[in-house]
Design a protein around this ligand. Structure first.
Ligand SMILES: Cc1cc2nc3c(=O)[nH]c(=O)nc-3n(C[C@H](O)[C@H](O)[C@H](O)COP(=O)(O)OP(=O)(O)OC[C@H]3O[C@@H](n4cnc5c(N)ncnc54)[C@H](O)[C@@H]3O)c2cc1C
Length: 475
């Protein structure tokens, strides 16, 4: 329970809009509402710009790119570029990443300055409806009252409450991206987006890597061909997968030696390594911030309860991004911003039926927008399907990156594109081309008959869409 409202002393400072947490949705809302003439403040305890530029998307993709360079150097001979034993210097990898983050933070500060948004450093918590108390690092306290409030507090890595887990001091993505040495043997708990991306990167820097996951296959909600492709990728990279397995106990300390007891229901096994990375889910940052005092209810899973306008159960209080249970992607948190901004400015914008494109940044990438086969079958949507190997896009052959496939679903009774799945080089970019066609309601024949530059990756969409079976044939 939090401090009751009546006991909170002090003078309230008044704002039109207060944003709690400098996450993606919150910061963009703040800047644009301030530019529209409102008095706006953002309360942030640590990361100027939130997770994405500091500790999540962009730093991870930066480090992943260094790992790609390491991989290419390892394949030097194949390209006719002879390199003598490349050496990985993780402090230089980290330095490149840190430099990027510094630049991003500067960019954010500029936006605060030019938009006239006040950035208040400190930890915020509601003390009564629409009033947030901010405690700074030096212990000083401010009481802020907002006519409107946007909660944008994000999420954090879930550390499973297992015996020995806390004592093992496992790495989360935050510490892993700050390593200045390559772990000798990294055990990754969780084969989701974060686990897979970072596992592959560390493997390419020379670490032994093992992934443990409770599911029987990677990407269990995706089509089986996607799971098989990801599993083959791990096998080829030398990353053993311990699937359908649950960790029951952890011994040792990450950075030194860790021993995990793992069970698959019938048998028990031990997995050992030098470092442990937890990547087995996210928890919303919604506890201890006085939501009960603000009249803001949370769901069973701890996310802030919102409607399709991203309004919480308290009047004039909105929630965006991971804390609101929106799909955990920066581009979705950004779209949440547009919804809340428009609703605050008197419009009516909703989350209903928005597209949910996503990309897993392994090498190669896996990206999808629209329906997968699994979803189409579940929803009873009849479809026509075409699948071609990535090698059908001749560009992949020039790059020696022919791994993977493209798969598209088209309606059985019309030429409407239902969804595209790409596992291959440039998957995110290829997907975006088809995404635009879906947004525009274009029939698939427009892409099939388009003139794309040769040799580019989108050119591969021509053989893909040409392979669609004629109308009247469906699955
Ligand atoms: C390793 C990793 C890689 C990822 N890669 C991608 C990717 O490639 N593409 C993608 O789309 N998504 C990616 N994601 C997901 C993406 O980072 C999140 O979905 C996104 O950052 C969520 O943004 P948000 O605005 O909800 O919260 P956040 O960006 O987490 O912001 C919340 C902010 O609130 C602050 N805060 C919390 N509580 C308080 C408080 N009480 N007082 C003051 N401040 C507070 C926090 O310090 C934080 O800065 C990745 C995530 C991880 C972990």
């Amino acid at each position: 329970m939090n401090t009751p409202a009546a006991q909170v002393p002090g003078i309230h400072e008044d704002y039109d809009v207060l944003v709690l947490g400098c996450g993606e949705g919150g910061k963009f809302a703040a800047w644009s509402l301030a530019r529209a003439g409102q008095r706006v403040a953002v309360i942030e305890r640590k990361y100027i710009g939130g997770s994405c530029p500091n500790i999540a998307c962009l730093p991870s993709k930066n480090v992943i790119h260094s790992a790609k360079v390491a991989s290419l150097l390892g394949r030097g001979e194949e390209f006719g570029v002879m390199t003598s034993d490349p050496v990985i210097d993780m402090s230089a990898v980290r330095e490149r990443k840190r430099k990027m983050v510094t630049g991003l933070v500067e960019m954010h500060l500029k936006n605060f300055e030019t938009s006239g948004t006040e950035l208040i450093f400190g930890s915020g918590q509601f003390v009564e409806p629409k009033v947030i108390q901010v405690t700074s690092a030096d212990g000083s306290i401010r009481l802020l009252r907002g006519k409107k409030i946007i909660i944008s507090t994000g999420s954090r890595a879930r550390v499973e409450p297992l015996p020995g887990m806390v004592e093992a001091a496992p790495l989360t993505h935050i510490e892993l991206l700050e390593l200045d040495t390559v772990p000798e043997h990294l055990v990754v708990l969780g084969g989701g987006f974060v686990g897979l991306e970072l596992a592959q990167a560390m493997r390419r820097f020379g670490s032994r890597v093992t992934i443990i996951d409770r599911n029987p296959r990677l990407a269990p909600s995706e089509d089986e061909d996607v799971s098989a492709a990801l599993q083959q990728l791990c096998a080829d990279e030398g990353i053993p997968l311990v699937l359908k397995s649950v960790v029951t106990r952890v011994e040792g300390r990450s950075g030194d030696a860790v021993k995990l007891t793992v069970t698959n229901g019938s048998t028990e096994d031990l997995q050992q390594g030098t470092h442990l990375l937890v990547a087995s889910g996210r928890l919303p940052n919604t506890s201890g911030i006085g939501l009960d005092l603000a009249g803001v209810e949370v769901t069973e899973r701890g996310h802030i309860q919102v409607n399709e306008r991203l309004e919480t159960t308290a009047p004039d209080v909105f929630a965006v991004g991971d804390c609101a249970g929106s799909p955990h992607f920066t581009h979705i948190a950004f779209d949440d911003f547009r919804i809340v901004r428009d609703n605050i400015l008197g419009g009516n914008r909703v989350t209903t039926h928005r597209q949910l494109p996503f990309c897993l940044f392994t090498d190669p990438e896996f990206a999808r927008v629209g329906l997968s086969e699994t979803e189409a079958k579940k929803e009873g949507v009849a479809y026509r399907k075409a699948t071609v190997p990535m090698a059908a896009a001749l560009r992949t052959r020039t790059l020696s990156e022919t791994r993977g496939f493209m798969k598209v679903l088209v309606a059985a009774d019309s030429d409407r594109i239902l969804g595209i799945t790409v596992f291959g080089v440039g998957a995110g970019e290829i997907m975006a081309v088809v995404q635009v066609a879906i947004l525009a309601g274009l029939p698939y024949t427009v892409l099939r008959d388009a003139v794309f530059v040769h040799p580019t990756l989108p050119e591969g969409l021509i053989p893909l869409f040409t392979a669609i079976p004629p109308l009247g044939t469906s699955k």
